[in-house]
Design a protein around this ligand. Structure first.
Ligand SMILES: Nc1ncnc2c1ncn2[C@@H]1O[C@H](COP(=O)(O)OP(=O)(O)OP(=O)(O)O)[C@@H](O)[C@H]1O
Ligand SMILES: [Mg+2]
Length: 245
């Protein structure tokens, strides 16, 4: 049984069709790259999986459970974590921005957390701050920090609820070469050391080659190719989607 499965997803916004009957399957422990030109439907598919968008047709399964009608916070609590193309950063310190992730699994407002839970949340956040190498920014105001740091903050935040599946929407976009290398290392560690199942939306093909076991290509809302990255990227339909005729 796959960990994550989207079946025959159709999504449109008025006259704009974002997804046209997309099937997308991720096995437990797999790292799947989702690629395609701008506007091909990658973010829309992630939004359907995590519940931000409601497809007009199709079903989403997680761990064998039909989650099509579940709201985003319930899907998150079941074990789906997701980062955004533009990270969401709240007013507060880096530590605050990470700690809020604790509530996703445990519920409640941070002020009302019992002392023991608050201490546990803080300990967990400190471990993750070390993991994403943000020690020196712990008490810094998160708003206004550079993109590379904001992306690390968001990654650490979703790890607070220890999701089994992690959906990453362009984690390396807007990053310097060094920051990209760090991000690739974190993703690899999440996958190989912690055994996380990962969906990676990515434009940087060298990252796709290096990290993914399976690559799925979308074009104009349709899946046009699927398989090992080195084979898929050479397919004529994929080259045409990226480069035109
Ligand atoms: N909330 C929305 N309202 C209206 N149209 C939308 C919305 N979200 C996505 N779309 C449209 O759906 C199509 C797919 O967009 P999507 O953002 O999923 O593409 P993408 O593959 O993530 O592109 P990019 O690589 O630029 O991030 C586009 O035509 C886009 O304009
Ligand atoms: Mg997108």
């Amino acid at each position: 049984m796959p960990l994550l499965e989207a079946r025959d997803i159709h999504l449109s916004f008025g006259g704009v069709v974002a997804l046209r009957g997309v099937d997308f399957t991720v096995e437990r422990g797999q790292l799947v790259a989702l690629v395609g030109p701008n506007g091909s439907g990658k973010t829309s598919l992630l939004n359907c999986i995590c519940g931000f968008y409601k497809p007009q047709k199709g079903r989403i399964y997680f761990n064998g459970m039909d989650i099509t009608r579940k709201p985003p916070h319930k899907r998150a609590a079941l074990g789906i974590g997701r980062t955004f193309q533009t990270p969401y950063i709240f007013h507060g310190t880096v530590l605050d921005n990470i700690i809020v992730g604790y509530m996703t699994r445990h519920g409640g407002i941070i002020n009302s957390l019992r002392y023991k839970a608050m201490r546990e949340a803080r300990e967990q956040a400190e471990i993750l701050i070390d993991f994403v190498e943000l020690e020196q920014y712990r008490e810094a105001h998160a708003e206004g920090l550079p993109m590379g740091i904001r992306k690390k903050i968001e990654l650490a935040r979703i790890l607070m609820w220890n999701p089994e599946a992690i959906l990453l929407d362009e984690p390396s976009s807007g990053l310097s070469i060094d920051e990209k290398r760090d991000m690739a290392r974190f993703i690899q560690e999440l996958h190989e050391v912690l055994g996380k199942t990962i969906v990676l939306v990515e434009h940087d093909m060298s990252l796709v080659y290096d990290l993914s076991e399976k690559t799925v290509v979308l074009d104009a809302g349709q899946k046009i190719a699927e398989g090992k990255p080195e084979i898929v990227i050479q397919e004529a339909s994929v080259i045409k989607a990226y480069l035109g005729e």
